[in-house]
Design a protein around this ligand. Sequence first.
Ligand SMILES: *[C@@H]1O[C@H](CO)[C@@H](O)[C@H](O)[C@H]1NC(C)=O
Ligand SMILES: *[C@@H]1O[C@H](CO)[C@@H](O)[C@H](O)[C@H]1NC(C)=O
Ligand SMILES: *[C@@H]1O[C@H](CO)[C@@H](O)[C@H](O)[C@H]1NC(C)=O
Ligand SMILES: *[C@@H]1O[C@H](CO)[C@@H](O)[C@H](O)[C@H]1NC(C)=O
Length: 411
Amino acid sequence: MANSEGSREILQACLVLGLLALINVVRCDNYPDFQSRRSLIGETIFDVTKFGAKGDGITDDAMAIIKAWRAACTTVGAAKVLIPRGDFVAGEVVMAGPCTAQKPITIEIQGNLLAYDDMSVYTRGAWIMIEKVDGLVVTGGGTINGRGKEVWQYFTKGSPPLPVSLILQSVQNVKMYNLNLVDSMGFHSKVTDSTNVAISNMKITAPGKSPNTDGCHMSSSRNINITDTVIGTGDDCISIGHGNYNILVARVTCGPGHGLSIGSLGKRPNETSMKGVTITNCTLVGTTNGARIKTYHASPQIEASSIYFQDIVMDRVKNPIIIDQHYDSKRKREPSKVKISDVHFRNIRGTSISAVSISLNCSSTFPCQGIELSNIDLQPIAPIGPLRSSCSNARFFVTGKINPTAPASCV
Ligand SMILES: *[C@@H]1O[C@H](CO)[C@@H](O)[C@H](O)[C@H]1NC(C)=O
Ligand SMILES: *[C@@H]1O[C@H](CO)[C@@H](O)[C@H](O)[C@H]1NC(C)=O
Ligand SMILES: *[C@@H]1O[C@H](CO)[C@@H](O)[C@H](O)[C@H]1NC(C)=O
Ligand SMILES: *[C@@H]1O[C@H](CO)[C@@H](O)[C@H](O)[C@H]1NC(C)=O
């Protein structure tokens, strides 16, 4: 009797345990550790399809991507968020740190990410925002398609900018490579308030007529490299804004678009100085500008210095070498107070489609200082006739041969 009662108790206990186990299995379905798997090299893979992403080209998979990111970010050990092959439509995606996972976390985009076409979901000026992460690799060979074709018609000058496809904000130690950015709504990519970011082997493409679709814009950042990248858009290829230090752009091909720009600088009162930019071994094809510095009138008093444009090939560029301190400033009378100095245009060759191929047009308040023109060989594309240079408010010096000949002294 006692024995059979004992076994009944055990049986009951087992049933309860079994039930609990069953409930647990069901619950585990939603638990990150059961949705991830380990890769051969021991990192845990957080596949967005295991977090509910459909990848069917219709469903908004943003929440699933965010959940996969959160699980990866808060894990221990090495972690990878995987967006596999498929068409993943997503609205606003914020991937924020700080993370506990081993550094760096990887985001591997193999498939196509497609922006959701309802503009009201983008609350922070970005489609995909990665912020406050230290240690990150973003790669995978996939495509980030902003589907700008559906919204560019709504863009007018003066209206708020359309969402940037990918913003890296307050990040450190980031490598981004081997990705395609296509048809962003606003800028394709932006790096702000960040340190140690290496971007390479990217392909960024949008029609030459698409509005404000800069390839990559950076501001308030330090130690940023963009290398071995091809960019053709409707606006600046790469634009290097205020507050940047130690920026390298190398082996980048641009076109169509507005070329390689420092600036624009001085639009807002809280902008800060920038220093140390090298743009080298680049090719510009059919762009409206080549090597350009642009600043606004009525700017705060800031400096832009230690800037090198060197070993650059211009292929049918409209304004190959240009400093414009009257940028977009018709209605502001006060001259620019951005002090430009220590700027080097070296080893620049190729063709120009407009006659004034070197233009140094600086501020009357703060003339440009220490501008070097060295080994420049630009040729006109018929029928524009011989090339010229022009200058106002600039102190420059010439080394080696330059063609067209230097402007007359103009300070
Ligand atoms: C950028 O490139 C330079 C020169 O190759 C290198 O010394 C530096 O470490 C790179 N910076 C980053 C953030 O990768
Ligand atoms: C600078 O001003 C702009 C608006 O003009 C604002 O969006 C931005 O947050 C400000 N930046 C800082 C660092 O205060
Ligand atoms: C630029 O090209 C020259 C000549 O091919 C090469 O010697 C140099 O290392 C290159 N520099 C960079 C940063 O790519
Ligand atoms: C400088 O730019 C101003 C404003 O666009 C223009 O009126 C002026 O002719 C330019 N000067 C030179 C020397 O190109």
